[in-house]
Write a protein that binds this ligand. Structure first.
Ligand code: LIP
Length: 261
């Protein structure tokens, strides 16, 4: 079946808006822990993933899925794959911070070709098509190509990986000193959207799952930014966990100089 990336993106945005309503109506949110006390999941994560997988499976028969919940991590080498984080920023969701998103990326033949990240609290829908640019609610967006010293840095604390804590805070202190300020907002995908929209000049986190950065990676690239591992290497598209750094060309150049000092 040959469905265009545009049609696929339209379906993703429709599903994310519908599922976002569930997040807004959520109450008495009960968290369960997965790999540890900081790695939480709720019935809403599972339900949103179940709905999106069911709808997309009917929309594109034979597609594969690589998702955060329920151990649904199929082969990324399939012709059609959806990479889904049903709620990115689950800790924020559980604790009422009203700053989480639904994130989905589509891979065609192993390449990221469409992505949609929806923040139901603000109604902001970030979308990108490979070669087609990045958009926020239909308005074209681009990275702010300014030096690190003139921008804000978003970072993640990789809270599931205690062995990375000292290294993460050492790096964050250097980035704080080199920038206007830092932000830890609790959802890597929305941090990547902030870079794509020019709100932040750089985002970095020392360990993320593929569903935490796949959609945002295409958004940043289509907004004129650069995505790599935290030491400047190529980001894997094979589903393995990875460190991530993303930013405008000027901010990224400053970042790489700082981490190599
Ligand atoms: C979260 C990321 C966040 C990271 C957390 C977690 P989740 O995703 O977006 O940046 O620091 O460890 O991975 O688990 O809420 O989907």
């Amino acid at each position: 079946m040959n469905i265009s990336d545009e049609k696929i993106l339209e379906k993703l945005t429709e599903l994310e808006r519908d599922c976002g309503e569930m997040m807004l109506r959520a109450h008495r949110i009960m968290a369960e822990t997965k790999s540890g006390r900081r790695d939480v999941v709720t019935e809403y994560d599972r339900r949103i993933q179940e709905i999106m997988v069911g709808e997309l499976g009917a929309f594109l028969p034979g597609t594969r899925f690589f998702c955060e919940e329920n151990d649904l991590q199929e082969s990324l080498s399939a012709e059609h794959v959806f990479v889904i984080d049903p709620i990115d920023g689950t800790m924020n969701f559980v604790r009422g911070f009203n700053h989480s998103c639904i994130s989905a990326a589509y891979m065609r033949g192993g390449e990221l070709t469409a992505s949609a990240v929806y923040n139901p609290y603000t109604g902001e829908m970030f979308t990108a098509l490979k070669g087609g640019g990045a958009y926020l609610n239909g308005r074209r967006i681009s990275v702010e190509d300014a030096p690190l010293s003139e921008t804000v840095v978003c970072f993640g604390t990789a809270p599931y990986y205690q062995d990375l804590t000292d290294r993460m805070f050492d790096m964050t202190k250097k980035l704080f000193r080199a920038s206007l300020d830092i932000r830890r907002e609790g959802t890597a995908e929305l941090d990547l959207c902030s870079v794509a929209a020019g709100r932040a000049g750089l985002f970095t986190e020392l360990m993320l799952s593929f569903w935490d950065y796949a959609a945002g990676m295409l958004l940043v690239q289509e907004a004129g930014g650069i995505c790599c591992t935290s030491d400047g290497g190529p980001l894997p598209l094979t589903g393995e966990k990875s460190s991530v750094a993303a930013g405008s060309p000027k901010a990224m150049a400053d970042y790489l100089r700082i981490i190599r000092e």
